[in-house]
Design a protein around this ligand. Structure first.
Ligand code: ADP
Ligand code: ASP
Ligand code: MG
Length: 389
């Protein structure tokens, strides 16, 4: 018997009946004797609506105040889940990130975890309580409340699992696990029983929402076993683990593991000078991708940050800049895709009717940049080619 960390995402704790259903399942698990630490996200859409409220007041909210605001979402879900467990007769207590001892740097909106002083969690576990921790948040060394970036509750969960030396970390979400592509777009996407840390990292960094990229980094760095599974059924989902040799032993075959995608991306082209360095240092928020093209910095960023980045650019003294909306990405992940002319020919033939802006590759990925409107169609097309019906 040991510690198990279980994280429940926003859509899994989206309503009181859902919270009650989860509490009932957890009550059964509690009696099996493991020590349970639960990490929760804010109830579905809560963080977005809080973000929207701030933007009704200003186009460039103070990042500190945003952190104070957005962390309120997780406080609601953590206390409701604790109340539901207490109703089931299970002793439980909820903690904010700060009370849990999650210490971060001071980058409001995208803070990094420095350490976890988990003594309060241990104290309560030793009193046979289930401990519920608000995901996505921590406290800086200057005692300010911080957030870990959107989707960051996964990172809270894996970090806690690591510091608590948990047996494993289970990420409960609104799909059955990690699929070969987003199952909401590709209806016949395949549930992957397992995926390597490296492929999962590539998938997460390339836009697949199912796991926060920093959670995968943490898990791979500290060898935390992670399983992604359904919060509706609790059935076995996808294990994320070290790479194994392929079972079929066909040497050097191309192996597409999964396909990631990203929509609604803004692209800025910024002259590469001193001001650009300052800008990058000031923008402590998330970026989807940054590249350098000749004399220009190319910044791909989610369009929800448009007003904030525009404000920062004006403040930094830029007036004329190239900015385009509606960029999209479809990214094949797997081994053997890089620098293979025949593979490239196959992809080009398939996407002849798509308005591809650029194709480039990493060691484990082939990235297609295209208009957002053509992302879903391209994803389905490529999935059909590499995974069949
Ligand atoms: P949570 O609220 O539980 O954190 P998220 O919305 O952040 O859930 O992530 C789960 C969503 O990720 C799914 O609903 C699914 O639409 C999306 N997703 C994208 N790519 C994949 C994939 N390859 N496998 C599974 N889900 C994916
Ligand atoms: N509630 C936060 C968000 O919506 C964190 C999370 O869901 O992981 O981004
Ligand atoms: Mg998430």
């Amino acid at each position: 018997m040991g510690i198990i960390v279980k994280k429940f995402g926003g859509s899994s704790v989206g309503s009181v009946p859902q919270i009650q259903a989860i509490a009932k399942k957890l009550a059964q698990e509690y009696h099996q004797g493991d020590q349970l630490v639960l990490v929760v996200s804010a109830m579905a859409r809560t963080t977005d609506s809080l973000f929207g409220l701030a933007h009704e007041i200003t186009s460039h909210p103070s990042r500190r105040e945003m952190d104070m605001l957005l962390t309120a979402g997780e406080r609601i879900s953590m206390s409701l889940l604790s109340l539901a467990l207490l109703e089931e007769g299970i002793p439980s207590i909820s903690f904010t990130g700060s009370q849990s001892g999650i210490i971060t740097d001071d980058h409001h909106g995208n803070a990094k975890i420095l350490k976890v002083n988990a003594f309060r969690i241990h104290e309560e576990l030793n009193k046979a309580k289930i401990v519920i921790v608000a995901g996505f948040q921590g406290v800086s060394t200057a005692k300010e409340i911080t957030t870990l970036g959107r989707g960051g509750s996964d990172t809270s969960a894996v970090a806690l699992a690591c510091y608590l030396q948990a047996q494993h970390c289970e990420i409960y979400t609104d799909v059955a696990g990690v699929y070969s592509a987003d199952p909401r777009i590709v209806r016949n996407a395949r549930l992957l029983p397992e995926i390597s840390f490296m492929d999962m990292l590539a998938l997460a960094y390339n836009g697949s929402k199912v796991l926060h990229p920093r959670a995968v980094e943490f898990a791979s760095k500290y060898k935390v076993p992670v399983e992604v599974k359904s919060s509706f059924t609790f059935a076995p989902g996808t294990m994320i683990k070290n790479e194994e040799s392929p079972k079929d032993k066909t040497m050097e075959t191309i192996q597409v593991t999964a396909i990631a995608h990203k929509e609604n991306i803004l692209r800025y082209l910024i002259p590469l000078d001193e001001k650009a360095h300052t800008l990058l240092n000031k923008w402590q928020n998330e970026v989807f991708k940054i590249t350098v093209q000749g004399e220009a910095l190319e910044l791909y960023i989610e369009d929800k940050y448009e007003s904030e980045i525009d404000y920062l650019l004006t403040e930094s003294g830029y007036d004329e800049l190239s900015k385009d909306h509606n960029w999209g990405f479809v990214i094949l992940i797997g081994l053997g895709l890089a620098a293979d002319p025949a593979f490239m020919a196959r992809v080009l033939k398939l996407t002849q009717t798509i308005d591809i802006k650029r194709i480039s590759h990493g060691e484990r990925s082939l990235e297609l940049i295209l208009p957002t409107q053509q992302v879903a169609k391209t994803l389905v097309l490529l999935h059909q080619e590499f995974f069949g019906e």
